[in-house]
Design a protein around this ligand. Structure first.
Ligand code: BT5
Length: 311
């Protein structure tokens, strides 16, 4: 959000302040104050103007300005009520040089999973993509997928949901008839051999949506704990992700703590064939270590992972 608008909100959140006093404090003209207030009202902020001046009485439920307001992370948020895919838009922004921008949508009409699979994204979800430019080699990019999984898992657990991470990119909720998928993550990037140019981490959270509007095997926050307040939930995810993308040593310990995959018998479909065995660890930057039945330790850096019943 524009700096002046942010400061206006902060100032009038604490109580009414007159237009001239605001203009004075922010060192802008009175008509500029009026224009900013009008723009904020249009963005959904409730701003009353009484005898004592302007006062903030309500923050919009969801949207770009709503998520930016009070966000303790350096992201600008571009909001769309409906968009094809937030990842596609984020890639476009990344190509134009954007950094630390979040594309957020209420609904996606062409959401994408990995390998061009479709991602169901009806209205009421939290569909977002973070564009950033980390100073790391491309081979380390998987750490950001794991960081995103940790960030959402923490937010979901704080909301009271028994969320766990399935390697490499899902957040699940265990149920009587098996695990159900709450969140999917799609990381895309562009770079040279030694350095990433940009990374887009797409996070799809089935928030306030009916499971009937998703796919078989999916669940939602609404289903697990009732509707959530999407604004603070999204802020929580972005703040956690921001902390972890810079403190990369903290990612694996947190990931292990919430992992559903470790200790499980798994089958991983990798580009180089199938690996079956017990998932025993995860290593930087996101490599799964699988101990096969003949005692060999195989390291898998990408693939589709299935949790099997014990042999
Ligand atoms: C993923 O792929 O799980 C990555 C999903 C990433 C979605 C986000 S939303 C914001 C951003 N913008 C985008 O366009 N994408 C990202 P994968 O591991 O390939 O899993 C895809 C599979 O999950 C599908 O084939 C379905 O079986 C299943 N699926 C589809 N929609 C789902 C949903 N809403 N909830 C749970 N499972 C779903």
């Amino acid at each position: 959000m524009q700096e002046t608008r942010h400061r206006i909100l902060d100032t009038i959140a604490a109580g009414p302040v007159s237009g001239p006093a605001l203009a004075d404090r922010l060192d802008v003209s009175r008509s500029a104050v009026w224009k900013h207030v009008e723009a904020l009202r249009e963005a959904g902020f409730d701003i009353e103007s009484g005898d004592a001046g302007y006062e903030l009485t309500g923050v919009p439920e969801f949207g770009g300005a709503a998520v930016e307001y009070g966000l303790d992370a350096p992201f600008e948020v571009e909001y769309h009520e409906s968009i094809g895919s937030t990842n596609a838009r984020a890639r476009e922004l990344a190509g134009n040089g954007a950094a630390d921008v979040v594309v957020l949508a209420d609904e996606q009409t062409g959401g994408k999973g990995r390998l061009d699979r479709a991602w169901a994204a009806p209205s009421g979800g939290i569909w977002l993509s973070v564009v950033f430019r980390p100073d790391v080699p491309p081979a380390q990019a998987p750490i950001f997928t794991l960081a995103a999984a940790v960030a959402v898992t923490r937010a979901a657990r704080e909301a009271g949901v028994d969320a766990r991470i399935k390697w490499p990119n899902d957040v699940l909720v265990p149920g009587e008839d098996g695990d159900r998928k709450l969140v999917g993550i799609l990381t895309e990037m562009e770079g040279e051999a030694d350095r990433v140019s940009w990374v887009v981490v797409g996070i799809g959270i089935n928030a306030n949506v009916d499971v009937a509007d998703l796919v078989e095997g999916a669940t939602s926050l609404r289903e697990e704990c009732g509707n959530v307040d999407r604004r603070p939930f999204t802020q929580r995810v972005l703040e956690e992700f921001d902390a972890l993308r810079t403190d990369r040593d903290a990612v694996l310990p947190a990931w292990r703590e919430h992992a559903a995959t470790l200790g499980q018998r798994v089958r991983v479909e990798t580009p180089g064939g199938e690996v079956v065995g017990e998932a025993v660890d995860v290593e930087f930057p996101g490599t799964l270590v699988v101990e096969t039945d003949d005692g060999e330790r195989r390291r898998v850096s990408a693939g589709d992972c299935e949790h099997l019943r014990p042999a």
